[in-house]
Design a protein around this ligand. Structure first.
Ligand code: TYM
Length: 335
């Protein structure tokens, strides 16, 4: 499944509800383009998902659907390892060890922990705080050199690097120190359609703020038409035009056109024409993905098989790293 010699790449997405076009543009799209250059390992991060309350039946369904979506987006299970995080116990096992070198101070300073604690004030649990250590374990178990993520994960990636360096210094070289692969320009942070000063998020209370990967054509076009734009009427990518720039980032991601081509295409046309074109481009691009995902979801046997083989392949790599870690920290392994 993975070839020797290529560098390893790891990333994951949480099965915590609808996947947005922000998740796609910031992360999943790159999962697909990087699969030939790297040995790619992609997980459905269900252990992370339960750090905020989940409906168990929905979590099970979302896990299967996310696996189908990965494949429908173009991730090839014959080239990459695709698995469900909770199927590989090494993730929790390494988390325990890394917890002993992670400090509460650095974890409580994480922006995402602070944001989620404010949002879920009734459920500020230890898992929420430990989220980045589990994420570090995900990455370090596979000795990943590269981690494609959106800009909001940059801080967690820096913590991963700190933990890897700290462990390597204390116990001698064990982990590869990973680099982030964050899309250039606005694709790293797709903004809310209702408020372009905020990140597009699946947990937004306003459903018009985000487009999901399963929204139908009419919904996508309606949401784009309603998107908040800026004063003026010129389709131009600029700092003082956050609404229009965000739509340009979405348009370029789905059409493959450049920013300049887009500006030229809509020169002399108003926001109305542009918003409609963005909606149509997104809907056109998502239609085949949605059809393929629906087909895959009906073939549970196939998805179960991909997950099973993925978990076995992932476990083989993960156990190797874990046993190295256990030896380094002094756990008796029957030598
Ligand atoms: P999750 O599911 O919250 O997000 C999945 C990916 O989508 C990116 N993303 C965005 N990119 C651009 N614009 C947006 N508005 C936007 N919203 C989300 C996120 O940056 C992420 O790359 N903690 C991870 C899941 C994870 C993980 C890992 C990632 C678990 N273990 C190990 C990398 C390596 C997360 O945020 O998932």
């Amino acid at each position: 499944m993975t070839e020797e010699g290529k560098k390893k790449l790891f990333s994951a997405v949480q099965p915590s509800g609808a996947v947005t076009i922000g998740n796609y543009i910031g992360a999943i799209k790159n999962f697909v383009t990087l699969q030939d250059e790297y040995d790619c390992i992609y997980a459905v991060a269900d252990l992370h998902a339960i750090t905020v309350r989940q409906d168990p039946a929905a979590l099970r369904r979302n896990t299967l659907e996310l696996m189908a979506l990965f494949i429908a987006c173009g991730i090839d299970p014959n080239k990459c390892i695709l698995f469900v995080q909770s199927h590989v116990p090494a993730h929790c096992e390494l988390t325990w060890v890394l917890n002993t070198i992670a400090y509460p101070g650095e974890l409580s300073r994480m922006t995402q922990f602070k944001d989620k604690s404010a949002k879920h004030a009734e459920n500020v649990n230890m898992g929420l705080m430990d989220y980045p250590v589990l994420m570090a374990s995900d990455i370090l178990l596979y000795q990943a050199a590269l981690v494609p993520v959106g800009a909001d994960q940059k801080q967690h990636l820096e913590l991963t690097r700190d933990l890897a360096i700290r462990f390597n210094n204390r116990y001698s070289g064990t982990f590869t120190v990973p680099e982030g692969y964050i899309p250039k320009g606005n694709g790293a942070r797709i903004m809310s359609l209702a408020d372009p000063s905020r990140k597009m998020s699946k947990s937004d209370d306003n459903p018009n703020a985000f487009i999901t990967m399963s929204d139908d054509r009419d919904t996508i076009i309606r949401k784009c038409k309603r998107a908040v734009t800026d004063s003026g009427n010129e389709v131009r990518f600029a700092e003082d035009k956050p609404g229009v720039s965000n739509l340009i980032a979405i348009y370029t991601a789905f059409t493959g056109k450049t920013i300049e081509e887009t500006e030229r295409e809509f020169a002399g046309k108003g926001y109305g024409d542009f918003k409609l074109a963005v909606g149509e481009a997104v809907a056109d691009a998502l239609a085949p993905v949605q059809a393929e995902k629906a087909r895959l979801c009906k073939d549970k046997g196939y998805l179960n098989q991909v997950m099973k083989e993925g978990a076995e392949a992932a476990s083989r790599i993960a156990r190797k790293t874990l046993s190295k870690v256990y030896r380094k920290v002094g756990f008796y392994q029957g030598e």
